[in-house]
Design a protein around this ligand. Structure first.
Ligand code: 5GP
Length: 239
């Protein structure tokens, strides 16, 4: 597969056309941003760490019945994916209260959310990704009621699978954000599933093992990402 022209460059990934119809290449760059791009840096190896973890999770999820855009790795930071028409929703699943719901609602950080809470934000940086509800999603024609139902069902399945595999590595999945897209009538999990889009806490120590280390300057984020990659991909066993 040959990489062709740049289609889109986001804050941390670039998407390229290829010489194969319906297939794209995603490049995981070394850029890291937080707070709507208000804080940004370039950190060596960050792209390959996120690509490796995303590939690992996409393969694991696919084996367990989740349709994903992942086709294979080209090299350590370039991923071949199915071309999707992306749905501009940030689908967040929360198992433990942290981050924006603690700031915006009277939840205490660390409170268990059982059943998990799904929050859907509108993916629009210029509007600071405002939270949506089902009626708004349908009125804005961002998804049909049937697609929305399916998206929530898949998000909960992804959550259950990720909780299970991470727990085996002594990691608590606090929350995560995923994105979906369509090819024809079929909905696929797209984007990435990495430390940039998840909140992970060490089960024993409570240490942050994700982008919160960068957001809140809790330590050396690349040292943390390196450790998490080893922990997630090298020692993980099948569920
Ligand atoms: P919060 O709403 O607490 O800021 O984020 C909830 C979860 O979704 C966190 O794991 C966070 O990393 C992820 N998340 C929310 N918005 C974004 C976003 O715009 N980009 C990425 N990569 N992750 C996000």
């Amino acid at each position: 597969m040959k990489q062709k022209k740049l289609l889109y460059a986001g804050k941390a990934k670039s998407v390229y056309r290829t010489d194969e119809k319906g297939k794209l290449i995603v490049e995981f760059r070394d850029d890291i941003t937080a707070f709507d791009g208000g804080k940004k840096d370039t950190l060596k190896n960050k792209g390959s760490y996120n690509a490796e973890v995303s590939a690992f999770f996409f393969e694991y999820l696919a084996k367990n019945g989740v349709k994903t855009h992942f086709l294979g790795m080209i090299d350590e930071r370039h991923m071949a994916v199915r071309e999707l028409e992306m749905i501009p929703l940030e689908v967040i699943v929360r198992n433990i209260a942290a981050g924006s719901i603690v700031r915006n609602y009277p939840f205490k950080e660390g409170m268990k959310l059982d059943p998990p809470v799904i929050v859907i934000d509108y993916k629009d940086d210029s509007r600071h990704d405002p939270m949506l509800n089902d009626d708004l999603i349908i009125a804005l024609k961002l998804a049909t009621p049937q697609d929305l139902k399916k998206i929530k069902k898949v998000a909960l399945l992804v959550n259950a699978l990720l909780v299970k595999i991470l727990a085996r590595q002594g990691i608590t999945l606090v929350d995560f954000k995923i994105e979906f897209g369509k090819q024809g009538k079929t909905i696929y999990l797209g984007d990435e599933v990495s430390m940039d889009s998840m909140r992970l806490w060490d089960k024993k120590t409570g240490e942050s093992l994700d982008k919160d280390v960068y957001r809140f300057e809790k330590g050396d984020v690349m040292e943390t990402y390196n450790r998490v990659v080893q922990r997630i991909t090298k020692k993980a066993k099948k569920p």
